[in-house]
Design a protein around this ligand. Sequence first.
Ligand SMILES: [Fe+2]
Length: 244
Amino acid sequence: MIDLHCHILPGIDDGASDLTESLALLQLAVADGITRMVATPHINPGYFDNTQASIHQALTLLRTALNEQKLAISIAAAAEIRVTADLMPAFESGQLPILGHWQQQQVLLLEFPHSHIPPGSDKLVKWLSQRGVIPMIAHPERNRDVQNDPKILAPLIRAGCLFQLTASSLLGDLGSRHQDCARVLLEQRLFTVMATDSHNVLRRPPRLATARAEVSRLTDESYAHALVQGNPQVISASLDFSAA
Ligand SMILES: [Fe+2]
């Protein structure tokens, strides 16, 4: 399986706090059947001021440690980008790492606030699509507005967004509202990808295998395969997973 959303890079956001925790997360991922991970640290101005440079530096550090451990997993890096007023200028100056490609377009992993979908989001999506970018919306099932009325996603669906399901939402680890919403959206086959959004060993570990089985039970085996293998592989094919 391939995980396109996780916070495994050491010390640059609210994920792994240091190299030891990063390696522990990678060990858990290997045990779960994950063979590739794309680290997606937060870019959220004023909270997590990550840049292409800070992300690359942390990736290099982790890759060096990973090589010494000889774990059977390879890693690349992108980012989870908060939707703020800074997003458009940051994109135009080339500061936003892409998650890969989908249908000849670049993919950016975008995060909304958990409370609501900011007004004008569909305009932002159109602005990006005019520049050859498809947004992938991280875990819409965790958004309170979406939980109250999934139809609120309609303009984003029409605008061509992709959507990423978080495995722990579907498994109920984040509460029943997240789980119920995840099931509703899953039955609509809204999602293109399921990922761990793992942050730490204890509360938010990397777990995909159990959630994959749950997707298969609720929909079918080929959709489960697409969410954790087929589609993530296509999207991340242009990323660099090579060793340090
Ligand atoms: Fe995340």
